[in-house]
Design a protein around this ligand. Structure first.
Ligand SMILES: *Cc1c(COP(=O)(O)O)cnc(C)c1O
Length: 454
């Protein structure tokens, strides 16, 4: 079989998969999951035919997926993939460029520079900021915090990249009580320690209490959050950042999905002042709806980011242009910026704002419909996240399990301020208002059934 025929087959199967999403359950069936056992065989002794490999991947693999590429997946914070981003990703995969160096891949280096400029523009962040395209917000947090560590220790006369942390001046890290676990993981990997952070209490919405901020100094990294994974709410940026800056502290914002509020005029007030921070971690695979994996580490101070991540070796040719590998932990990597460029091209400024706003209105519609049926919404819905309780914890757990088995849509559970809740996250371009009504009807039907039968 020719490569052309094989790629056509792959593209056809991908399109058939996407077209079929609405007519199957959102979660894979138990049978589909059991069938994955068919993959379990030993390494083939001899080459297999590529078209047979693709057929098996599709026939056995496709049914075992969650349809998070469709419009009714509301678990975690999961975006789908915009058609333009998917298609660009497929072509860029065929290019097989190593996006780490300009000399290997002029096209991807150019597109990443442009995608970065557009991101800063859309999010109203300082236009001179530097950034690296990384796997997601976990690595974006890691990269930004490495830059913070570099800058604060450099000011104290210590070169952390050369000398390491043993014997270094002490840094203090301040986080909110609702800090995301991946930010703590980044601190752990950087030798800053998850247990030696100072935690600031949060309010009822999970926002850092500005009135309880400890004294800060120029050896402090203050970590703020835009987009609490449960409530969607954001720390009070303007006040916290101005106090931190006055003290000479470094402000890092974990804005995995919430930072996108800055791109939607009706939601931007939630993160007002965020542009005054020093670094920002952003996901593209969540709300920008590009394929996994894709995040961006953005840093106001170019030298701090390069100081933490740049390498030099005689064979790595340096030119006049931005070298992508000088801004990321990786050297060789895929061209994530191409997907970001394609997604932003296909949406435009107005499309990005519309996507964010539409998902937020859809979240509000879920809250309104559930509340009208007598169920309790556990926090104010200010962005794209909804927390609902169907009664006691056991009842809520039963409703979540029954909803997942029903297959119309998929939501996960969480514990919010001691209570079990179902969490609805609306983060997909593919979610139509009709998807919301269908899913809401399924939630109400399943909840009534659970309440009637237990
Ligand atoms: C999702 C999320 C992360 C982790 O992002 P990944 O892309 O999964 O690495 C970090 N912080 C917040 C607030 C998130 O919502």
């Amino acid at each position: 079989m020719s490569t052309r025929t094989l790629l056509r087959d792959a593209a056809n199967r991908a399109a058939t998969y996407l077209e079929g999403i609405d007519s199957r359950g959102v979660a894979p069936t138990p049978d589909a999951i059991s069938a994955l056992a068919r993959f379990e065989r030993d390494l083939p002794e001899h080459p297999l035919d590529p078209s047979a490999i693709l057929r098996e991947l599709d026939e056995t693999g496709s049914p075992g997926t969650s349809t998070s590429a469709g419009g009714r997946y509301f678990g975690f914070v999961i975006g789908a993939t915009l058609p333009a981003a998917l298609a660009a990703n497929m072509l860029a995969t065929a290019w097989d460029q190593n996006a780490g160096l300009v000399v290997i891949s002029p096209t991807t280096a150019k597109l990443e520079t442009i995608a970065l400029r557009w991101l800063l523009d859309a999010l109203h962040l300082p236009a001179t900021s530097a950034a690296g395209f990384v796997t997601g917000a976990t690595m974006a947090n890691f990269t930004c915090l490495a830059a913070a560590r570099h800058a604060l220790l450099e000011r104290a006369g210590w070169n952390v990249e050369e000398q390491g942390l043993f014997g270094a001046p002490t840094l203090t890290v301040v986080v909110g009580d609702e800090v995301h676990v991946t930010l703590l993981k980044a601190l752990a990997m950087l030798g800053l320690g998850r247990a030696r952070v100072t935690r600031v209490p949060a309010d009822a919405q999970g926002r850092m209490r500005a009135d309880l901020l400890p004294p800060l100094d120029n050896r402090t990294i203050l970590c703020l959050q835009a987009g609490n994974v449960n409530t969607g709410d954001c720390d009070p940026m303007a006040e916290l950042i101005s106090r931190a800056r006055a003290a000479g502290a470094w402000v890092h914002v974990d804005g995995a999905f919430g930072l996108w509020a800055a791109a939607a005029p009706k939601r931007a007030a939630l993160v007002a002042g965020v542009e005054n921070a020093d670094s920002w971690a952003l996901d593209a695979h969540k709300w920008l709806n590009v394929p996994y994996d894709s995040g961006v580490a953005i840093c106001r101070d170019r030298d701090a980011l390069r100081g933490a991540t740049a390498v030099s070796a005689a064979y790595l040719v340096q030119g006049a242009e931005r070298e992508p590998c000088e801004y990321t932990p990786e050297l060789s990597r895929r061209a994530r910026g191409v997907d970001v460029w394609a997604a932003m091209s296909s949406l435009g400024r107005s499309g990005i704002a519309e996507l964010i706003e539409r998902n937020c209105l859809q979240a509000s519609r879920f809250a309104e419909g559930l509340r009208a049926a007598g169920y309790e919404i556990l926090s104010d819905v200010v962005l794209n996240q909804v927390l609902v309780s169907f009664g006691d914890d056991e009842t809520t757990r039963r409703v979540i399990a029954a909803l997942q088995a029903d297959g119309t849509c998929w939501c996960g559970g969480t514990v919010w301020h001691g209570r079990t809740a179902m969490r609805i996250s609306v983060s997909s371009w593919a979610t139509t208002d009709q998807d919301v009504e269908l899913s809401l009807a399924a939630m109400l039907r399943v909840a009534s059934w659970v309440l009637a039968t237990h």
